[in-house]
Write a protein that binds this ligand. Structure first.
Ligand code: SAM
Length: 410
């Protein structure tokens, strides 16, 4: 039996640019070849594979390669408990969470090449690129749509303000031209049973609440019943990270009869020392110059009454929110060290701070890794919320009395 690493080499599955649609089709086909979703990818997968290896692809196609052994950290479930799609996938913080719940991912989109590399190394799938260019009809049927979409509220607010002033703006949809619009058109076409959207906490208050109002109205207009809550990752990892989570259930299917509730948060008992590596290379210690700069900067702002400054973490405490700019100077999360300057976290420690297990591969440079983990999610928190969505769907879809056998504890 072949191993995936051998097939990867043979079929030249190597990410070089963001729009690798041939590779995306091929790897999506391999992930789904045992379920109905494969028909969405087979033709293009074959086209790509023939361009590399025409001699070995006589009918029945791909039989020479299938089945193969997945030698990657998180191989797909052959038949999942449910199907989901992973939009704005980053490195797969949501994928990991819903994979752990027994779900089968049938479509992924992420346009950043370095994030695609990390995603592929761990999950064996090359994401499709720019979501704005993907036809919603080409996305397979799924039970749950997941999207940690980038924060772009200004454009939503911009359009809605123009609307309220009655100006012409060329669009009759308040979300057109934003990435939220792409989520909307996919929900509208595919009608998943439920969805989970994630964004920064400030989405709720942005533009005096108007941005969130447009988002909520749009989702309700699609006939989904909406539940939302701001939750903090500190209950699962030693990091303060508040995010808004928006969960929707299809009204056409369930008539608003779901009994969904967000999970109770466990007591926040984590501390930063749990995630620290024992031996860390000297390159992670701040230089005298940078440390002096950060101290001077903080002192200047303190004198002006501002709270800006570096975040030296107490060993028994938790960190501030890790951001995508951590690679610049690491100032938001600094680890004190005896008799030397503080140090920044290593990429592996950043992975742990977001709740990724140590099997998760980091195949990119430190700079890219910092950006990727800073952009990601506290995966165990998403898993806890996901468990409640999946349980509720199983309750709703099962005949009364049988659902309990399938319930997941979280
Ligand atoms: C906030 S991050 C989500 C990270 C993800 N939840 C994770 O666990 O890693 C948003 C992601 O959307 C991607 N993105 C932005 N615009 C996109 C587009 N038009 N098409 C596909 N991906 C896009 C970015 O590259 C970024 O990785």
């Amino acid at each position: 039996m072949w191993k995936y690493s051998e097939i990867k080499e043979k079929l030249q599955i190597e990410i070089k640019k963001p729009e690798q649609t041939g590779l995306a089709h091929l790897t999506h086909f391999f992930q789904s070849h045992q379920n109905g979703a494969s028909r969405y990818f087979e033709k293009e997968a074959l086209h790509y594979a023939k361009s590399i290896d025409s001699t070995n692809l006589e009918e029945p196609y791909f039989q020479r390669y299938l089945p193969f052994e997945w030698d990657i950290p998180f191989p797909p479930h052959e038949q999942g408990r449910f199907k989901f799609i992973d939009l704005f996938a980053g490195i797969g913080g949501f994928r990991l969470a819903f994979h752990n719940l027994g779900g089968k991912c049938v479509f992924t989109s992420e346009w950043n090449v370095y994030a695609q590399k990390t995603y592929h190394a761990n999950f064996g799938e090359v994401p499709f690129g720019d979501i704005t260019k993907i036809n919603e009809e080409e996305i397979p049927e799924h039970d749950i749509l997941i999207a940690g979409f980038p924060c772009q509220p200004f454009s939503i607010a911009g359009v809605s303000k123009k609307n309220s002033l009655g100006r012409q703006h060329g669009f009759n949809d308040e979300t057109q031209g934003t990435l939220f619009f792409d989520i909307k058109r996919i929900l509208d076409e595919k009608r998943p049973k439920a969805f989970l959207l994630e964004n920064v906490k400030n989405l709720v208050s942005h533009d005096k609440g108007n941005t969130f109002k447009v988002i909520k109205k749009t989702l309700e207009g699609l006939r989904y019943s909406i539940h939302y809550r701001v939750l903090d990752g500190k209950h699962f990892v030693p990091q303060h990270r508040e995010r808004i989570l928006i969960v929707g259930f299809d009204m056409d299917r369930y008539q608003g009869n779901e009994h969904f509730s967000f999970p109770e948060m466990p007591e926040a008992t984590h501390s930063i020392e749990e995630i620290l590596e024992p031996d860390v290379l000297p390159k992670y210690t701040l230089s005298d110059k940078l440390w002096k700069y950060l101290q001077d900067y903080a002192a200047k702002h303190k004198a002006k009454g501002n709270g800006f400054g570096y975040g030296l973490v107490a060993m028994d405490g938790i960190s501030r929110t890790l951001s995508a700019r951590y690679y610049k100077d690491g100032s938001e999360v600094l680890i004190p060290q005896d008799h030397q300057n503080p140090r920044r976290l290593t990429p592996r420690e950043c992975a742990r701070l977001q709740g990724f297990p140590d099997e998760f591969l980091i195949p990119v440079s430190d700079t890219q890794a910092y950006k990727q983990f800073g952009n990601s999610v506290v995966s165990p928190l998403m898993q806890a919320v996901g468990a409640h969505i999946v349980n509720e769907l199983e309750q709703l879809d099962e005949p009364i009395g049988q659902g309990d056998t399938l319930r997941t504890e979280c």
